[in-house]
Design a protein around this ligand. Structure first.
Ligand code: MAN
Ligand code: CA
Length: 227
């Protein structure tokens, strides 16, 4: 073999070593560039995070400063009101139970006691007062119809004893001309007899009232208003 000619196998070995060397360098370069790429996209930007948190904090501070506590519901007051309402309803229910058990009839915010015996107007009124009520005061057509349905002569809380011809309810109010239900020709103090007390008499018509002598014996109706 010619000694001046390079040994083919030696050349091959050099090439293999060179190739391996190059591969190693490439591998290292790839490794470094991949790592750089990976970190630069995924790594948290601490500065940005801090910036955002600060901004959030400042927003909350601003909200807190402008927060108007008068907008917030006063829960204590709500509870106080509801408790008061509940107690009122309880009291109403107790009153309702009491009166209905005693035989009173409820109609439009009032309880009515219908007597089963007859007395003079004054004694009838005393009975109502003793019951914590008074003779019925009629303020509406409906209330008058309520009393008329019983088709009975009843004393009502109307009198002109104080001043003849001036009819007043037992609470002192004057009888209004728009809510009076005198029967035609009444009140008449019949043939100059002293008729100073109001009664329901003419059941067949809406205008059913009559003035009658107060010592006369009649059934009566007491009324107790509920607040
Ligand atoms: C009776 C009494 C009187 C009434 C007349 C009506 O005499 O009730 O008050 O006015 O009847 O006819
Ligand atoms: Ca009369």
């Amino acid at each position: 073999m010619d000694k001046n000619l390079p040994d083919a196998s030696a050349t091959n070995r050099k090439l293999v070593v060179l190739s391996l060397g190059l591969l190693c360098i490439l591998q290292a370069a790839l490794n470094i560039s991949l790592r750089l790429a990976l970190y630069s996209s995924d790594a948290p930007d601490h500065d940005a995070v801090i910036r955002n948190l600060k901004e959030e904090r400042d927003q909350l501070k601003r909200k807190l400063n402008t927060f108007d506590s008068s907008d917030a519901p006063d829960y204590d007051a709500v509870i106080r009101n509801l408790t008061e309402e509940r107690d009122q309803l309880k009291r109403k229910l107790n009153i309702f139970d009491h009166y209905t058990q005693e035989g009173w009839r409820y109609f439009r915010s009032s309880f009515y006691f219908i007597s089963s015996v007859k007395k003079s107007w004054g004694d009838s009124r005393d009975d109502c007062l003793q019951k914590g009520a008074d003779l019925v005061i009629i303020n509406s057509k409906e209330e008058n119809e309520f009393t008329r349905q019983f088709r009975r002569l009843f004393w009502i809380g109307l009198t002109d004893t104080e001043t003849e011809g001036t009819w007043k309810w037992v609470d002192g109010t004057l009888l209004s001309t728009t809510t009076s239900y005198w029967h035609a020709g009444e009140p008449n103090s019949y043939f100059s007899t002293n008729e100073d007390c109001g009664e329901t008499k003419f059941h067949e018509v809406e205008d059913n009232w009559n003035d009658e002598k107060c010592h006369w014996q009649n059934f009566w109706i007491c009324e107790k208003k509920v607040a």
